[in-house]
Design a protein around this ligand. Sequence first.
Ligand SMILES: Nc1ncnc2c1ncn2[C@@H]1O[C@H](COP(=O)(O)OP(=O)(O)OP(=O)(O)O)[C@@H](O)[C@H]1O
Ligand code: SF4
Ligand SMILES: [Mg+2]
Length: 368
Amino acid sequence: MTQANRLRATASRESGAPLLSVRDLVVRFRTHDATVYAVNGVSFDVAEGETVGLVGESGCGKSVTNLAIMRLLPRPAGRIEGGTVLLDGQDLASMAESEIRDIRGRDVAMIFQDPMTSLNPVLTIEEQLTETLRAHRKITATDARQRAIDLLALVGIPNPEPRLRNFPHQFSGGMRQRVMIAMALALEPRLLIADEPTTALDVTIQAQVLELIRDLTQKSGTAVILITHDLGVVAGMTQRVNVMYAGFIVEAGLTPDIFARPSHPYTVGLLHSIPRIDGGEGEELIPIEGAPPNQRLAPVGCPFAPRCAWRTDRCLTENPVLTAVDGSGAAVLTGAAVTHRMACHNPPTPAEAVAGRPLGRGVAVDAR
Ligand SMILES: Nc1ncnc2c1ncn2[C@@H]1O[C@H](COP(=O)(O)OP(=O)(O)OP(=O)(O)O)[C@@H](O)[C@H]1O
Ligand code: SF4
Ligand SMILES: [Mg+2]
């Protein structure tokens, strides 16, 4: 861990508060013909130095949640309409644009699936890296250039000095991703948000880039929110995981607990719809029938109800809140001891979670 991060981490730990604390975050897109209920009251924490996974099907609100944290929602349609985003006690959600600009890059950085989202195609890598460094640090041009060379070397770019003069398009996909990681980590942020950082890369390069993110963030003590569709990546990279569905977090917990004892029907569905990481012999894959709800309609009841084989009448009108569980579905723990939460009125039993379907109860799913 770097000296600066070590000092800040100590201060944060002494205060007992997590590094990031998102509470009841609501994000809507208001366009001329519709309102999109993109994020509907999401709460989660990220502790100093930990890696937290965020998973869920396409459109469930993973990117929008994190763009809201960074205050990078597409304007004017996208707006934070409720909640707080506390970073060390400062609310990013209500901060002035001039203040958030200082925080972006320095305290919180984001990397995207497409590096061209963060790299400027018409500037050399040297211009981009040194500009970032000099905008936030009192540093001479010579020192900024040397730091840029060190950063490229750190992310594994061969011959970093001559490559500083290159433009982004002169790098291969994997190398461009490395440059983006160098940019994101240039100011040693305390939190890195990685939004599907490797999906556009081939499998071997994916593994290398993920390993690089893991090594660098572990060394610097940087906390990470890792957004991914790949549950294998979640298992290998994260300590905790939040499962999102239709703009809600429906299950959250320590990664090994979520894999060993999924407690929400959607998480059970996700785990049964992909091949097991340990290659479970003869395991039958069960796709989740149906599609996520139309987020242009205000949510009523449990959002997963139309696709859920465990649903009851109550589910159609009452959206369950996140409740602490012990993995058997029973609400047991309270306060700081809580490590696993889920939002469901009628959770699967452990045996049903293993089977991937209700045993002797439940309803036929109408896959709308
Ligand atoms: N600019 C926008 N205008 C209107 N609606 C939007 C906009 N961007 C996102 N949305 C909507 O917000 C919801 C959440 O989208 P988001 O991009 O966060 O999904 P995601 O979980 O990141 O999906 P993916 O896995 O495909 O990246 C979706 O219903 C999406 O259609
Ligand atoms: S049992 Fe009810 S509350 Fe639980 S996921 Fe299914 S529909 Fe939602
Ligand atoms: Mg996304």
